[in-house]
Design a protein around this ligand. Structure first.
Ligand SMILES: Nc1ncnc2c1ncn2[C@@H]1O[C@H](COP(=O)(O)OP(=O)(O)OP(=O)(O)O)[C@@H](O)[C@H]1O
Length: 249
């Protein structure tokens, strides 16, 4: 796949955000996408979410090509592939209650299940009991907001969760809590995960596979344990060097 952002008239050069990216993810796989700032991670995620089109190449899911389009065309895909944003507090409508926030994708995507039961089920999966149903986002901690965001993603029955730096805005104890929730959810609900992060320790905890990006290309793609113990690309070694504790683990 290739994605180029054209320069506005009279401005600097176009940016090649992705070039020659070829990624196959199997059902249930948990893949970390790491790389330095500007390496193309978020662009890849936006393409996978069908929010933007590639200039060359395509996204294929279950043998069907995916392209940005109308809500109706993409409804089935949006049910299967859901997004957890970086800033949960900012992404949750402050006026709505948790029950309503989690039910919203069920309504929008016309998911034919008992909405009330599904909301309770996914909230329980992220460790929030019914006392949270009537709270609004300002009555939640950052970690609880992120749990609600994960519950929202799970609600339509997603088979794959795409997350962009889902714990980077949280302090250390909350990061650990949310990582534990994601870990547990992936294991119990058996959903796949593609997680964009700067942090290899997040990958080592959650992912069975890791893809390293540099300047719009995939420069290394390996099992997490191989990547952490036998990195082959200089960019991977550089990223590992920024977390020395992992090198000695
Ligand atoms: N809408 C856009 N218009 C122009 N250039 C863009 C746009 N979005 C991204 N880019 C450029 O594309 C390249 C890849 O950006 P991208 O956000 O995908 O990187 P990233 O690896 O996610 O970075 P970060 O870790 O800082 O979020 C960068 O050079 C960026 O400046």
């Amino acid at each position: 796949m290739r994605r180029v952002y054209r320069a506005p008239a009279g401005r600097q050069q176009s940016v090649v955000a992705l070039d020659g990216v070829d990624l196959r993810v199997d059902p249930g796989q948990r893949v970390g996408i790491v790389g330095s700032s500007g390496s193309g991670k978020s662009t890849l995620l936006r393409l996978l979410l069908a929010l933007e089109s590639a200039d060359a190449g395509e996204i294929v899911y279950d043998n069907r090509p995916i392209a940005p389009g109308g809500v109706r065309d993409l409804r089935w895909y949006r049910q299967q592939v859901q997004y957890v944003p970086q800033d949960p507090a900012g992404s949750l409508d402050p006026r709505r209650r948790v029950a309503d926030l989690v039910a919203e994708p069920l309504r929008r995507l016309h998911v034919d299940v008992d909405h009330r039961a599904r909301v309770a089920q996914v909230l329980a999966a992220v460790g929030l009991d019914e006392t949270f149903l009537l709270r609004r986002p300002h009555e939640l901690s950052g970690g609880q907001c992120q749990r609600v965001a994960i519950a929202r993603a799970l609600a339509p029955g997603a088979r794959m969760i795409l997350a962009d730096e889902p714990v980077s805005g949280l302090d250390l104890p909350l990061r650990q809590q949310v990582l534990a929730v994601l870990e547990q959810v992936c294991a119990t609900v058996q959903t796949g995960l593609i997680i964009v992060t700067h942090d290899l320790s997040v990958v080592s905890r959650l992912c069975d596979r890791c893809v390293v990006m540099s300047e719009g290309r995939i420069v290394e793609d390996a099992t997490t344990s191989d990547l952490l113990t036998r990195p082959t690309h200089p960019e991977t070694r550089r990223l590992l060097g920024s977390i020395p504790r992992l090198l000695t683990a």
